[in-house]
Design a protein around this ligand. Structure first.
Ligand SMILES: [Zn+2]
Length: 626
């Protein structure tokens, strides 16, 4: 392993959970008025009815792999609508009751990606709408794990992933980021298991198997979250702690020891943390993302439990979402960069504070490389490389590319560098404050920027050239780039190795995982298996305990037919569910001469270990299903 070679692996890249890539066809943009917007990914009219509160009363049946119960919505029909329309996806509706009376509802035929609109008749003074329902077989948000698929292998496990539009597959709801509500819940689970939500949580398993939850702050449906399993809690300080399966709890507790400091650091930058507690739930390995910013309870992959706190930067990202995303939310998925670009910028500022500028500059450079690759693969003039997207008629997952993350955060870095850090930080504090618990469009942000930062500074306005960033393709010419030189020594060592210097002569002392990742990333396509073997002998990459480095190494192993790494790669693919790792490996197998058979065999064997949304991506890549 790398650690055996005497290398201290510091924090790796900002490998953000909610990040994955897809290629999509071009589309045209409709610029909307800043004050109104059209969310093409919800069929609900909850914004005109005013849906205020949800009370969820559900039973989680682990054996049947089904959730059944009721969703009771408190509404206020001030605009005298004749019906309330909610989003559903594959739900079985048993009955609908409005203010105590059973009503005839209409469930439309499903529309691709969007599911079936549920039409419920209401009158002017209707107050309570209860839907009795069950989840269907194709509930996209849910992953049901058999005991064998968990860490401790004793009990079954369930967890949800609601972003972007999967909440409707387990709750009939207004499933658009622009509609917020508070919630309470009563959740019944098999005795002995613990249930957790994105809400006020218990820290002990109770005897009844019935758990009560409360979220008093309004959140959009994509932040609804539930996990059920054989879980235990360990507190870190007065407002942070960690939940995990019992066999992993101690390790997880050690890994996240400094999370309380991280919350304090974030508060110093951009104002108070407004959600009360900040806890982390470590999920079983099949979790398809790095992390998910569920309020009060970040869900995270166990692949960041490295034993040396080297991968916790991912937590900085999920924590930063407590401001950008959860507090100030993108109004539609076309404005997704407002959630993710701000969060990556914020995350790197936290990392700069904790680890120093050299360290964060390396993160900026690796991010820049990711952006260049994404622009190259989409095409430099492709409209999906605009910050403002048009995802009409498409799956919102199509917008989850590095454009939102890396081009988005680069625009904020440009604002910081051009206006000055002090001025920009003050602007950001006022932005989070003025828009707290609101949803905003790109255009609202641009107006806010105009009045709050640019004001009448025509020189600044000209330097920024914002329109080119938001409504133009590729990487604008004024994009700031720092940290490139920090990798010069790594490039030089790679060059020497490629020119024949033996691997054991590589001067790597004090290289962090950033540097190793850059070293491997820069390997040319024509690398020989014998060169891979030399590197492996010197650094034991095949058995790297760092999931980021391992993933890059296995990618090279497929490309170069370095068979010695295949057994370790199979173990990796059997236990890791992160799409970010799975997609490039399966994609590369499909491209290599003998790889297609291997990809199909491995996918058939391990598919059940992957979350439904990871399966959807891999069905396209491996089985060529659309
Ligand atoms: Zn994110």
């Amino acid at each position: 392993m790398l650690k055996n070679a005497g290398i201290v692996l510091l924090i790796v890249v900002s490998l953000v959970g909610c990040r994955f890539k897809k290629k999509t066809p071009p589309s045209t943009l409709k610029v909307v008025d800043p004050k109104v917007w059209v969310d093409e990914h919800t069929q609900s009219n909850a914004d005109s009815v005013s849906v205020k509160h949800l009370h969820l009363d559900i039973k989680v049946e682990m054996d049947k792999k089904q959730i059944a119960g009721s969703a009771l919505w408190t509404i206020s029909n001030n605009h005298k609508q004749k019906e309330l329309i909610l989003d559903t996806y594959g739900l079985i509706i048993d009955s609908v009751i409005v203010d105590g009376n059973s009503v005839s509802y209409q469930l439309d035929s499903p529309i691709k990606f969007l599911g079936s609109a549920l039409h419920i008749p209401i009158v002017e003074n209707s107050k309570f709408v209860a839907i009795h329902y069950k989840t269907g077989l194709n509930a996209r948000a849910l992953q049901w794990l058999d005991p064998q698929q968990t860490h401790d292998k004793k009990f079954p496990f369930l967890y949800t992933q609601s972003e972007a539009i999967y909440a409707r597959s387990w709750i009939p709801c207004p499933d658009g980021p622009g509609m917020r509500f508070t919630y309470t819940a009563r959740v019944s689970v098999p005795k002995g298991l613990m249930a957790l939500m994105s809400a006020e949580n218990t820290d002990i398993v109770n005897d009844t198997g019935i758990y009560h939850f409360k979220m008093n702050l309004p959140i959009p449906a994509y932040l609804m979250a539930l996990a059920v399993g054989d879980l235990a809690f360990s507190g870190i300080d007065e407002r942070t702690g960690v939940y995990a399966e019992k066999g992993m709890l101690e390790k997880a507790r050690y890994e996240f020891e400094n999370v309380g400091r991280m919350v304090g650091c974030a508060e110093q930058l951009y104002g108070p943390y407004r959600w009360g507690r900040y806890d982390i739930l470590v999920l079983p390995p099949g979790f398809p993302l790095g992390g998910m910013e569920n309020p009060r309870l970040t869900f995270c992959t166990p692949s960041i439990i490295a034993g040396d706190r080297s991968l916790v930067s991912l937590i900085a990202h999920e924590l930063a979402h407590s401001w950008s995303g959860n507090l100030v939310t993108n109004a539609t998925w076309n404005d997704f960069w407002l959630n993710e670009g701000f969060t990556v910028y914020f995350e790197r500022r936290i990392m700069e504070q904790l680890m120093g500028e050299t360290y964060s500059d390396m993160l900026w450079e690796l991010g820049y490389q990711d952006l260049e690759n994404t622009v190259a693969s989409l095409g430099p003039t492709h409209k999906d490389t605009w910050l403002k997207l048009n995802l009409k008629g498409r799956d919102p997952d199509d917008g989850l590319t590095d454009i939102a993350y890396e081009k988005g955060c680069l625009l904020l870095r440009l604002l910081e560098k051009t206006a000055g850090r002090d001025r920009f930080d003050k602007f950001l504090v006022s932005y989070f404050d003025a828009n707290a618990f609101k949803t905003i469009t790109t255009e609202t942000f641009l107006n806010f920027l105009d009045t709050g930062l640019i004001k009448n500074d025509t020189v600044l306005r000209k330097k920024l050239n914002i329109d080119e960033w938001v409504y133009g393709p590729g990487i604008p010419s004024n994009a700031p780039r720092a940290g490139r030189d920090l990798f010069n020594k790594v490039d030089a060592q790679r060059e020497k190795f490629l020119s024949g210097m033996p691997a054991e002569k590589i001067a790597f002392v004090h290289w962090s995982a950033h540097e190793w990742l850059h070293f491997l990333r820069g390997m040319p396509p024509g690398l020989m298996p014998s060169q891979m073997a030399q590197l492996d002998d010197a650094f034991n990459f095949t058995n790297s305990g760092n999931s980021e480095v391992a993933d890059m190494w296995f990618f090279l192993a497929i490309r170069t037919n370095y068979y010695q790494a295949y057994p370790a790669m199979e173990r990796f693919l059997s236990t890791i569910g992160r799409r970010k790792f799975l997609e490039p490996l399966y994609q590369e197998m499909m491209l290599s001469p003998n790889g297609e058979e291997m990809a199909k065999r491995l996918y058939a064997k391990y598919r059940k270990n992957y979350h439904p949304i990871a399966q959807e991506s891999l069905n396209e890549i491996v089985l060529k299903l659309n």
